[in-house]
Write a protein that binds this ligand. Structure first.
Ligand code: ADP
Length: 270
């Protein structure tokens, strides 16, 4: 019987560190999310946690691929891969009919065009401005004294449209404070914030060209209110998965498996 191959993908993000262990390139054995990213203890904690959950030691892992903003600083990694390639790979694994990926992370937002077989064809990215990223939601949640994980529930209770017109995070923060002072309900402010982000990210997606199936990845995809606001903006159904925040790490673990296979093929050919 062939030996089991375990590979690990580690996504060293700007805001969170994620780890995925894959068995034989097919089965997700364990995952971890630590809510601090590059330049912190997050990446090594993500590795320890995913190993512990899988009941494995680092020596049991055949190949480790790092991706994300801080991928080049991960000493444990055997290989680095761009997050765009890893997102394409991970989304194709979870949703083979994917043609558009909208990824909103802690510090950037991207729209990816995916061709047949999961090939990355084009992308558009905003990494210059916090508006339209998870950072924007983190800042606003702090002002509203709620957790980002509460935003979905708050949005679902909104019954009035509030327009947040500032396109800059700092000005939007002041606008939210002034709305609060005028007695606007937190639920309606949250819905207004989601629409403001949806209009920014929606235009990124329209620039790359939207084709079904549309998949949303990144930590912000855990917020169903944000997913619904984007669906409304782009006029397409958006699919997500419980693995949305782990998508880059999953793609990295798949690349790690493919590296092992290529090496085995090369060794066999000699
Ligand atoms: P990066 O890869 O850049 O570190 P992630 O894709 O991990 O970013 O996304 C981080 C963002 O996801 C955070 O800024 C936060 O706004 C959002 N987020 C994380 N967890 C949740 C949650 N449980 N519910 C809603 N949003 C979340």
């Amino acid at each position: 019987m062939a030996e089991t191959i375990y590979t690990m993908g580690v996504d060293v993000g700007s805001t969170a560190s994620k780890g995925v262990i894959l068995k034989d390139g097919r089965e997700i054995v364990a995952n971890s999310v630590i809510d601090v990213g590059a330049g912190t203890s997050g990446p090594s904690r993500a590795i320890s946690e995913v190993l512990e959950k899988a009941g494995l030691k680092i020596e049991d892992i055949d190949f480790i691929t790092a991706t994300g903003y801080g991928r080049n600083s991960l000493e444990e990694a055997d290989f680095q891969m761009s997050e765009l390639s890893c997102h394409a790979k991970g989304a194709y694994f979870l949703f083979p009919r994917v043609h558009t990926i909208i990824d909103i992370g802690g510090q950037d937002a991207k729209a990816l065009k995916i061709g047949e077989g999961g090939v990355l064809e084009n992308f558009v990215m905003n990494d210059k401005c916090a508006a339209g990223t998870g950072r924007f939601l983190d800042v606003i949640a702090r002002v509203l004294e709620v957790d980002v994980s509460d935003l979905e529930k708050l949005d679902s209770k909104s019954d009035k449209d509030v327009t947040i017109s500032s396109t800059c995070t700092v000005f939007a923060e002041s606008e939210v404070i002034s709305q609060l002072a005028q007695g606007t309900k937190i639920e309606d402010i949250v819905r207004g914030i989601h629409s403001a982000i949806a209009s920014r990210v929606g235009s990124l997606a329209k620039r790359v060209g939207i084709k079904d199936d549309v998949i949303m990845t990144g930590g912000v995809a855990l917020n169903g209110g944000m997913v619904r606001a984007l669906e409304k903006n782009i006029g397409h159904k958006i699919y997500t998965s419980p693995y949305c925040q782990l998508n880059g790490a999953l793609g990295a673990a798949i690349f790690a498996y493919q590296k092992i296979q290529n090496n085995m093929r090369r060794a066999a050919a000699k």
